[in-house]
Ligand binder design. Sequence first.
Ligand SMILES: NC(=O)c1ccc[n+]([C@@H]2O[C@H](COP(=O)([O-])OP(=O)(O)OC[C@H]3O[C@@H](n4cnc5c(N)ncnc54)[C@H](O)[C@@H]3O)[C@@H](O)[C@H]2O)c1
Length: 435
Amino acid sequence: MANQTVKPADGKLGIMVVGLGAVTSTFMTGVLMVRKGLSKPVGSMIEYDKIRVGKGNDKKYLSYREVVPITELKDIVFGAWDVYPADAYRSAIYAEVLKEKDIEPVKDELEKIVPMKAAFDKNFAKRLDGDNVMEGKTRWEMVEQLRDDIRTFKEKNGCARIVVAWAASTEIYVPYFEPVHGSLAALEAAMKADDKEHIAPSMCYAYAALTEGAPFIMGAPNTTVDIPAMWELAELTKMPIAGKDFKTGQTLVKSGFAPIIGTRCLGLSGWFSTNILGNRDGLVLDEPANFHTKEVSKLSTLESILVPEKQPDLYTDYYHKVRINYYPPRNDNKEGWDNIDIFGWMGYPMQIKINFLCRDSILAAPLLLDLCLLSDLAARAGRFGIQRFLSFYLKSPMHDFTKDEVPVNHLFQQYVMLKNALREMGGYEADEEID
Ligand SMILES: NC(=O)c1ccc[n+]([C@@H]2O[C@H](COP(=O)([O-])OP(=O)(O)OC[C@H]3O[C@@H](n4cnc5c(N)ncnc54)[C@H](O)[C@@H]3O)[C@@H](O)[C@H]2O)c1
């Protein structure tokens, strides 16, 4: 191994997930099944991808684990919070993502994952009405209870480290509000004053995680850690943060396909994306205030790949629309359609149609695994604040918008960033060539 300074992945890693719904139960069931040798972790870059290191005759391809010390699956312990009291087994059955034959062999372990009471406010997700919630707490009391939950979980399970990830419902859109979100002092004051408008419950989880020395990952498009106050906290506590919104289906295709148009210098006049989805996520997103959060996240992808300012002839005023329709019969099996209107030589129009019949949670589970393990790695490598190298996994990658930083949405640029960060942490030279 090259000269690296990352602390070893000794001891157990507690992965505490906010939301024990379709994604989380699919993720946990999969990890437990893989651990028993009964399934394969398909889609996990950590488990399958290779990194090229060295040049000329020294060139070789190593797995991520050969480059950097990543926690082994056997050392993971799971915890969760949810608005509904169902344990991970009941949640996996309810979600109907996996067949019973893929759940039953780990039933005993799943039943032991019982969600703790949620820090929840119905105003942020009107369609949910579970009763496993902390009652009558102010925002600051929520923070204190969550900190206690994390400490107790860590001690009870003998964990050396904790990672907290949000895979709970998308909250209503909370726009950046400088007087509250602009600094850590202002954020803490607002939490103590129980400002229910500007402090989303997700912010309480993030604040609790970071102050307890745990990295925080935002898998939904919520504002949560995408504010200067949280960047300040992450810097103070020396903890990594990552977000927002798992890049799983349609946006993965978009960020992989848009570069084809861009690199060939073809023009774009419109991109219409629509979906049908019937799970609880779809139900929550059927509420316009919640959908708006998702819409902002999904729309951001194209703007930084096909940039009008750089190519006014090709990308000025293209029409970009994203829709999600709640359609119960499809449950977790989301169907996405993309209609892309492009133009070529002398402006002649052409069309591209993409129809992706995907499985939402099947695509999200390996991302959640990689994001948790790589955030834990980043913490051990002494990296803190926004982890841009994890943009590869995210629809709306965080970036310091107060300094006019732009996000990287181009899938292959993100891939190079991911690989080079791992090379750097592993003590190898960066490589600009894709491998
Ligand atoms: N599956 C994908 O492809 C994908 C991609 C990107 C983002 N996401 C996001 O991941 C999240 C999870 O998706 P899912 O399909 O598992 O949804 P889900 O509805 O099955 O599960 C979410 C769970 O979160 C719980 N919850 C809501 N608010 C909570 C709170 N404050 N505290 C604790 N628990 C809370 C709900 O009760 C629910 O059980 C959603 O926000 C979704 O938008 C999913």
